[in-house]
Design a binder for this molecule. Sequence first.
Ligand code: SF4
Length: 286
Amino acid sequence: MRLYLQRNVSRALTPTGGFLRGFAFSLNSYVGCAFGDNDGCPFCYVRALPVAHAVEGKWGSWVIAKINLPELLRCELELLARNDKLQRAAVFMSSATDPYQGIERRLCITRAALCSLADRPPYRLLVQTRSPLIERDIDLLGKLGSHVIVSLTIESNDERVRRAFTPTSPSVSRRLACARRLREAGIFTQLAIAPMLPNDPVQFAALADEVADRVIIDTYFDGDGSGGRRSRALGMRELHERLGYAEWFRPGAERELMAAMRSRLGPGRVLFSRDGFNAINPARCR
Ligand code: SF4
């Protein structure tokens, strides 16, 4: 059973840095996450961060909606614009959860935030999600125009792999269809293969070429902020072994996919790990 709470917070935009060094702020409409089988995604390192203890109960079983976030955001954007800072700022939505939690359908906090951002766009907004619910907001994303990048996470092209690792997440075909729809609406769309799970490199590259403007590939060893230590601590090695994918949990396992993607999409459309996520200037390739 999942617990849904609503809380007031004191700020909307959080100054960021570290892995997201290209972004001035992160924006999280929710705390906690209800994706995954009541236990979050097995590779989710947020569960090991202090924010995962905001509520008693295991990570993946609760979500807090920041109910006053839209009005705070409107004021903060206005202030940044007045000080000429908004025009230079990049915002990452969301760094510690997914902005399209199921409850977003009813609460529309992310949608209200996008309304404010469309009225006062920052230099760049990156919206990262695994949920096709983002299609609901195509009108606002369109209004943001060249200010927005949508980053759809899709860890593998293999439906059996998705079912084995993240059984309650949206299917591969649904996520690819979502990317296609966003891109056809003129929204710059990237696939975030993060963390990369076992896949068929050549097939994955062909699919990505059809639906995405660019691809970011990330791994446990480059993207967890600790050279793979966090992922090991989460038991990812054992999980790969248990599921019969032991050879995929090693540094360099991404090389075949990188090569296949670069060969199919061209090197300019395939970026890697931290540099990729911080590439805030889209180069449109059709
Ligand atoms: S959807 Fe993202 S934030 Fe939620 S459990 Fe999975 S990896 Fe973590």
